[in-house]
Design a protein around this ligand. Structure first.
Ligand SMILES: *Cc1c(COP(=O)(O)O)cnc(C)c1O
Length: 223
């Protein structure tokens, strides 16, 4: 594993993907998903210039948070969060990417001591195994979420099926993009809907072509 080489390759790929669709390089943030590695490896990534760190599980998130306290890190919790674990973790989180129920949002609102930037997870492909709201559900829950003053809905997060081909990936990411744009136009209080969290190691270039603003990359850093 050559972390520095992988990091510069990823940043170069991101830059290229943005240029191809006339977006500025700065419009995409790269989150390094460190769930596969220990804290010392994560620390090396920070030295290599990465400032967004993502973990999908509460226990591992807290381990990394403890170990990297002295570093300048923006913290992303990207995986499913059980309601009973909200109080253990939420006040260390800058961005939560997997908001998938109104009850979870209410628990976060109750426990949070600062405003938590949240992505609504949307299950565009309607895979039974995936969490998230359906496209149809989203409009019906917004009035409930609007009441929660500690939650800011910054955008949508989606994951494509593992076996999706390029055409399917484009279709899914494009749909997420259109939904995000439509919600942004509503100009709801506490819901800027400016961002899209989509794209992982195998599909981040396609996600960027379709408007992603946060890519969540694990494997490609650590291969
Ligand atoms: C693990 C994980 C990623 C990163 O996936 P890679 O394929 O390793 O890049 C992104 N998002 C979520 C929610 C994950 O759990």
């Amino acid at each position: 594993m050559d972390l520095e080489k992988n990091t510069s390759q990823i940043l170069e790929n991101v830059a290229q993907a943005t240029q191809q669709v006339n977006r500025s390089e700065k419009s995409v943030e790269v989150i390094a998903v460190t769930k596969y590695v220990d804290s010392s490896t994560a620390k090396k990534l920070i030295k290599a210039g990465i400032h967004h760190i993502g973990e999908n599980r509460v226990d591992k998130f807290l381990d990394k948070y403890q170990a990297l306290q002295d570093e300048h890190v923006i913290w992303h919790l990207i995986g499913t969060l059980q309601r009973r674990k909200v109080k253990d973790v939420i006040n260390y989180v800058d961005y939560f990417h997997a908001l998938d129920s109104v009850k979870l949002a209410q628990e976060i609102n109750k426990r949070a001591e600062h405003i938590i930037k949240c992505f609504l997870q949307v299950n565009i492909s309607k895979e039974a195994s995936k969490h998230g709201f359906t496209v149809e559900e989203i409009d019906t829950i917004l009035p409930e979420l609007e009441k929660l003053e500690k939650i800011q809905i910054v955008g949508l997060m989606t994951m494509a099926p593992f076996e999706a081909d390029e055409a399917e990936l484009n279709a899914i990411f494009q749909q997420a993009n259109q939904l995000q744009k439509r919600l942004q136009r509503k100009q709801l209080p506490n819901m800027p809907f400016t961002d899209l969290s989509m794209g992982m190691s195998r599909d981040y270039a396609i996600a960027i072509a379709n408007g992603s603003t946060f890519v969540r990359i694990g494997t490609a850093f650590f291969k």
